[in-house]
Design a protein around this ligand. Structure first.
Ligand SMILES: [Fe+2]
Ligand SMILES: [Fe+2]
Length: 281
């Protein structure tokens, strides 16, 4: 099994502020021990200040596993999103904005996404120009994701977003704000390209897991969601992809263990082995 499994750790909405330096260091160190790749799904800063990003970058610098991420709405608050992305890129985070990245046969596609609501309740481009512009942003993010996914040739395709593509993982928030938590326009490319799993954040009081209409697993990995739903675990989620069965696109949990043990490139214990699945926990 050695080397045939890729472990993904996923986390979002850490909202680094000017007083956050060092606060996530122990968690990042734990993640680096347990996973092969760290996924960061936006709202990495609190007020969108490049100064906040620099503090986060300092804490990420010792993380010696590959990292991949997207920005969230908070990272746009001060108009410094490009500088934030550069600071994080400089410490090795592969920042995706309609881009792709590949690691050991696993393809990643990502963008921030946008809001607008879900299903029949989704806002349509009709009436005032400002409404059309609002909807246009959601459509553009969906197109970004589609073109990124179209460039991925890997058998396992992982999507990173900040906003949710489905309603199920925002359940728990007040229904009045559902339309501001995601857009089902993002679900279309995910379904079309038979994605292995989707990770997002943003809905701090949402649900940790859901599925697209076609059954693709969607995980809300917002820090607050993980703390609320898994109080006995470290606040990140760990997923395992078994690369020995490249035809399998499934995703299933590893376990509910408190300790995640060693990362996937190390030998796996028998209870961690399972054929042909990518597995979250
Ligand atoms: Fe957030
Ligand atoms: Fe957010």
């Amino acid at each position: 099994m050695t080397g045939s499994v890729v472990r993904l750790a996923a986390l979002s909405d850490i909202h680094y502020s000017k007083s956050s330096q060092g606060s996530f260091l122990p968690l990042f160190s734990q993640i680096a021990e347990a996973a092969d790749v760290l996924l960061l799904c936006g709202d990495l800063t609190d007020y969108g200040l490049v100064e906040e990003a620099r503090l986060l970058a300092k804490d990420l610098a010792p993380v010696k596993i590959p990292m991949v991420g997207v920005l969230g709405n908070h990272d746009f608050e001060a108009g410094q999103e490009q500088d934030i992305a550069k600071v994080l890129t400089d410490v090795g985070v592969h920042m995706l904005d309609g881009d792709t990245w590949e690691y050991r046969g696993v393809g990643f596609a990502g963008c921030r996404g946008f809001c607008g609501g879900f299903g029949r309740g989704a806002l349509g481009p009709w009436g005032e120009k400002i409404i059309k512009d609002f909807v246009h942003e959601a459509v553009q993010e969906s197109l970004k994701l589609e073109s990124a996914l179209a460039r991925l040739g890997e058998s396992h395709r992982i999507v990173l977003l900040h906003y949710s593509p489905i309603r199920a993982t925002v359940e728990g928030e007040s229904p009045e704000i559902f339309p501001f938590l995601g857009s089902s326009r993002l679900e279309d490319p995910i379904s079309r390209f038979d994605v292995t799993a989707v990770f997002h954040g943003h809905a701090h009081k949402g649900a940790p897991e859901g599925k697209t209409q076609g059954g693709i697993p969607v995980y809300n990995v917002a820090h607050a969601v993980l703390k609320a739903n898994y109080p006995d675990r470290p606040p990140f989620r760990l997923f395992e992809i078994d690369m020995s069965n490249r035809g399998d696109q499934g995703v299933t949990p590893i376990s509910d263990r408190r300790s995640y043990g060693r990362r996937a490139t190390d030998r796996q214990a028998p209870d961690q082995q399972s054929a042909g699945h990518a597995k979250p926990t």
